[in-house]
Design a protein around this ligand. Structure first.
Ligand SMILES: Nc1nc2ncc(COP(=O)(O)OP(=O)(O)O)nc2c(=O)[nH]1
Length: 280
């Protein structure tokens, strides 16, 4: 399996690590850590040096209750960071749900559009179609400010799966090639901890839809509810979730802590490589 992005065909025969670069003052776990251009570019360089296969640059927090940021402000935050990141030799994704930011990012050369709203906004599909970019279509409901009010499901795995299948079809219908599409369950978006864990338990059914699966558990609230740890102490839980996600069909793991995740996946891969036959 592979993920076709604008400049790179990402080989998914092994799990890939997507490093998060939040150029925001208010992201739930690293807001303000690198929210000016210079420190954000340095963060991109550090994540690539740590082994990130992909960078994901975002200019607007999507945490529950996050205030909206207008397109000009969002673009102003990430524009120069994107330009610099595109020189680092890895695919660069822009995390946005606004078509006008998508268009600017694609004009600037972005390899991937990562849309937590799965290209639902008017003009989003048209902005990406024909660009040659990869897309990540994630499940959520409503807007970050309201999404937790919409966390009501009869069968969360079936409902998320049906949504993702429908959004993939909409992307195909707009001319986006099948191998450019990745899907994402959207852990932590319009879902309670119980929904997140039930969805995680059924994640393989989402992988069985036949598209690359991108997963983001890194430092998220449900991990804190399970462990009792504050956001700055959730690395062990994030690593555990990353490995469990890989065991349930995830192809790309979206993380803040790249070096630690790369090491964990190296151990995972070493055991896989040691398999010399079905009976061993
Ligand atoms: N595809 C995808 N994109 C995402 N973007 C943001 C966040 C939230 O994490 P973070 O970017 O660290 O926080 P914030 O949205 O507050 O900047 N999670 C996902 C995710 O799980 N999947």
């Amino acid at each position: 399996m592979h993920w076709q992005t604008r400049r790179f065909r990402v080989d998914l025969s092994r799990p890939r690590v997507m490093g998060i670069v939040n150029v925001t003052p208010d992201s739930f776990s690293d807001g303000g850590s690198h929210d000016d251009t210079r420190t954000a570019i340095a963060h991109c360089e550090r994540l690539v040096a740590e082994g990130a296969d992909i960078l994901d640059i975002g200019g607007e927090s999507t945490r529950p209750g996050a205030p909206r940021v207008d397109a000009d402000m969002e673009w102003e935050r990430i524009a120069d960071v994107l330009t610099a990141a595109l020189q680092l030799g890895v695919p660069v994704s822009v995390d946005t749900c606004k078509p006008e930011v998508m268009r600017r990012a694609l004009d600037a050369g972005a390899d991937i559009i990562n849309d937590v709203q799965a290209l639902q906004k008017p003009g989003a599909l048209a902005a990406v179609a024909g660009s040659g970019a990869g897309v990540c279509l994630m499940h959520m409901r409503g807007e970050p400010a309201s999404m937790m009010d919409l966390a009501v499901y009869g069968d969360v795995v079936a409902e998320v799966g049906a949504f993702l299948a429908q959004r993939a079809q909409a992307a195909l219908d707009s001319g986006i090639p099948a191998d450019a599409i990745a899907l994402d369950p959207g852990y932590g978006f319009a879902k309670t901890a119980e929904h997140n864990l039930r969805l995680f338990a059924g994640q393989q059914r989402l992988a069985d839809l036949g598209y690359p699966l991108l997963v983001g558990w890194s430092r998220k609230r449900t991990l804190g509810e399970i462990t009792g740890r504050p956001v700055e102490q959730r690395l062990p839980a994030s690593i555990a979730a990353a490995l469990r996600a890989v065991s349930a069909g995830a192809n790309v793991i979206r993380v803040h802590d790249v070096a630690a995740t790369v090491d964990a996946l190296k151990v995972w891969a070493a055991v896989d490589a040691a398999k010399i036959g079905p009976t061993e």
